[in-house]
Design a protein around this ligand. Structure first.
Ligand code: FPP
Length: 241
């Protein structure tokens, strides 16, 4: 039985999703501006990517910016977009070394030009990597993703390329941003909120959930390993007896 950090590797999730919440509260507790929390949160992103790769987890999806996050003050939105660019530029060599393949899900065409260009470059550069697939959910909302996919399907039906009877779970999966990817086995949310907030709504139908009060910038490798260890002990029944 292959083990790492005392974890049974065979029982680890294939796909982990993370709702990175609590950056603002982390900053507030220290009388710092909210953006300081996001900057600190980027360090946790590095830890999560590195640890997932080390453990041979196949897919990590990070909820980096939701469709609703556009309603935040312009300065905060700009800061987050610049932080994304900074992360991708600074980390790209290390991500390459770690064999990480970067992809994005969401309405990324809404991103500012510079952020979109940097993201597309990073996707292109890492396209042949075979290690961890890092999905960055950007301008992402589960409902928005479902609407976009249904619209694409509707056009195909209209053009006579698909008949309504062809529409089933597999077909819908093919039209989602996560096409060809396994569903998340485990979704982790930090900062004490116990909801999905529009994250991977279709794909998360049978995901195991792990909630912690820890704020995202304080979420440590030890606690990630603890969440994974807890997952390895769960019985998944997918609705069966
Ligand atoms: C939620 O905390 C966090 C976000 C909306 C942004 C997540 C972004 C990062 C972790 C930064 C770096 C990301 C990448 C991919 C480089 P919040 O602001 O809602 O916190 P609060 O609920 O305490 O106010």
């Amino acid at each position: 039985m292959a083990q790492k950090y005392g974890l049974d590797i065979a029982k680890l999730p294939v796909h982990v999703g993370m709702i990175m919440d609590g950056n603002g509260r982390w900053a507030k507790k220290r009388n710092l501006p909210r953006i300081a929390g996001h900057r600190e949160g980027a360090k946790t992103v590095r830890m999560a990517v590195k640890t997932s790769g080390e453990l041979g987890i196949k897919v990590l999806t990070l909820y980096a910016f939701s469709t609703e996050n556009w309603k935040r003050p312009k300065e905060e939105v700009n800061f987050l977009m610049n932080l994304l660019v900074e992360y991708l530029v600074k980390e790209i060599d290390e991500l390459q070394q770690e064999n990480v393949r970067i992809r994005s899900i969401g309405n990324v065409s809404d991103l500012p030009k510079k952020a979109l260009e940097t993201l597309k470059n990073a996707e292109k550069k890492t396209a042949n990597n075979k290690g961890l697939q890092l999905n960055l959910a950007l301008s992402y909302g589960g409902r928005d993703e479902i609407v976009r996919s249904f619209r694409k399907i509707a056009y195909k039906v209209k053009d006579g390329l698909i008949s309504p009877e062809d529409i089933d779970h597999d077909l819908i999966n093919e039209y989602l941003d996560t096409k060809n990817q396994p569903d998340p086995d485990l979704i982790i949310r930090t900062s004490g909120e116990m909801r999905l907030s529009n994250f991977l709504l279709w794909q998360g139908a049978y995901s195991e959930l792990w909630f912690t009060d820890t704020l995202w910038p304080d979420f440590s490798k030890e606690e990630y390993l603890q969440a994974l260890e807890n997952f390895t002990k769960r019985q998944r029944r997918f609705g069966k007896a």
